[in-house]
Design a protein around this ligand. Structure first.
Ligand SMILES: Cc1ncc(COP(=O)(O)O)c(C=O)c1O
Length: 340
C-alpha cells in the first residue's frame, strides 16, 4: 500500500478475532490500535493539529505544547514537525526511557516535572504547562482532556469497525481522557443504537468515583482529575483492575493471543475474556487495544519489577465483583451505570 507520508498511514488498523473466554459462541475481536505508527493517539494528534490549523488557533510555525505520559506525546511528536510545529511535551518521572528516547529523537522538547502536588502528577504537569504557555508566545495547547477533536478523531475508527464488523453488540475500551471510548461509542451508536459500552479503569483512579491513588502503577488509563471528554452518559458499565490483575492480564494476552501490548490492552483483554464467557451466544464484542508492549519491558514484563513492588501480594479476582457506585474497590470489580 503506497502512502505519500507516514501521517497518511494513521488509522485503518486491523481487527483480529480472539479465542477469549469459554468459547460459548461469543464473537470477540480486538481493534489493534497499537498498529498505528506509534499508537492510538496518532489519530487524535492528527485531528487536533489539522483542525487547529484550519481554525487559525494554531498558526504557521507556532509551537504545540501538551501534557502526556506516552501515546499522546508520541502522536504529537509524529504529526507536529512535518507540518512545521515544534512540539513541547510536559511529563513526569514515570515516563519510560524508550518513550523518552523516541520523543527526543523525533525532535520534541521534553519537560519533566519533579514532584507531584495536590491533584497528583497530573496537576503538577498542568502547572508546568501553564508556565510554558506563558514562555512560548503563540503556543497552541491542544488540551486532549477537553478538546472535542479528541473524541471526534474516533469517528474514523468507528467507521472502520462498521466496515469490518458490520454489527457490534458490545464495545470495550480503557479510559484516560475518555476520548477513544466515548468518541467511538457515540459515533457507533448513530448506526447501532443498542450498542452496550463497557469502560475499563484501574483501582486508584477517580474517573468513576473511586478514591484517587496517584501511586498506582498502570499507565495510559485512569486519571487523578475528571476530564471533560469523559461523557459518562454513553457508558453502561465500568470495570476496575488493580496493578497485579492488569499486568497479569497483559502477560496473558501475549501468551494466549500472541499480542504484545501495554497494560490498557491487557485490562481490556481481561474484560473481553469475561464477556466471552458470559454473554449469550452470537454476541459480538469488540475491544480497543491502544498501544504496543515494548515500552513496558521494565515493569509489566519484568519479574524484578513485580518483586520490587510486591505485585503478586495484591489480591487477584477470578471474576469481577459486582459493586454499587460508592463502594471502594481493591481488586477486579464492576459497576453498572444507569444512562439517562
Ligand atoms: C496506552 C493507553 N491506553 C489507554 C488510554 C486511554 O485513552 P483515552 O485517553 O482515549 O481515554 C491512553 C490514553 O492516553 C493510553 O495512552
Amino acid at each position: 500500500m503506497l502512502h505519500s507520508t507516514v501521517i497518511d498511514t494513521i488509522g485503518h488498523t486491523p481487527v483480529v478475532g480472539l479465542r477469549a473466554g469459554d468459547y460459548t459462541g461469543v464473537e470477540v475481536f480486538a481493534k489493534l490500535e497499537m498498529q498505528n505508527p506509534f499508537g492510538m493517539k496518532d489519530r487524535v494528534a492528527r485531528q487536533m493539529i489539522l483542525h487547529a490549523r484550519k481554525t487559525g488557533e494554531l498558526t504557521d510555525g507556532a509551537p504545540v505544547v501538551e501534557s502526556s505520559s506516552g501515546t499522546m506525546a508520541l502522536g504529537l511528536a509524529l504529526v507536529g514537525p512535518p507540518l512545521g510545529h515544534e512540539v513541547h511535551i510536559v511529563t513526569d518521572p514515570r515516563i519510560d526511557p524508550l518513550t523518552l528516547a523516541k520523543l527526543r529523537t523525533l525532535g520534541a522538547a521534553v519537560h519533566i516535572v519533579d514532584r507531584m502536588g495536590e491533584g497528583g502528577w497530573q496537576r503538577a504537569r498542568l502547572n508546568r504547562l501553564d508556565q510554558l504557555m506563558r514562555d512560548l508566545p503563540g503556543a497552541y495547547w491542544p488540551r486532549q482532556y477537553s478538546n472535542p477533536q479528541n473524541p471526534a478523531a474516533y469517528e474514523g475508527l468507528a467507521q472502520e469497525l462498521l466496515d469490518d464488523c458490520g454489527r457490534i453488540d458490545v464495545l470495550v475500551g480503557a479510559v484516560g481522557s475518555g476520548g477513544s471510548l466515548c468518541g467511538t461509542a457515540r459515533a457507533l451508536r448513530e448506526r447501532l443504537p443498542g450498542l452496550r459500552v463497557v469502560a475499563v479503569d484501574c483501582v486508584g483512579s477517580m474517573l468513576f468515583g473511586q478514591p484517587d491513588e496517584p501511586t498506582r502503577l498502570q499507565s495510559g488509563l485512569g486519571n487523578s482529575l475528571f476530564p471533560a471528554n469523559l461523557d459518562l452518559s454513553v457508558i453502561d458499565e465500568v470495570h476496575w483492575l488493580n496493578d497485579h490483575e492488569a499486568f497479569e492480564a497483559t502477560r496473558r494476552l501475549a501468551r494466549e493471543q500472541m499480542i504484545f501490548g501495554g497494560n490498557s490492552s491487557g485490562s481490556v483483554y481481561q474484560v473481553l475474556c469475561h464477556l466471552g464467557g458470559c454473554e449469550p451466544s452470537g454476541t459480538r464484542v469488540v475491544g480497543i487495544f491502544p498501544d504496543r508492549g515494548d515500552r513496558y519491558h521494565a515493569n509489566i514484563y519484568s519479574d524484578g519489577f513485580w518483586d520490587q513492588h510486591r505485585l503478586a501480594a495484591l489480591p487477584r479476582g477470578e471474576q469481577p465483583q459486582l459493586v454499587s457506585p460508592d463502594t471502594p474497590v481493591r481488586s477486579w470489580s464492576r459497576c453498572l451505570i444507569s444512562r439517562p
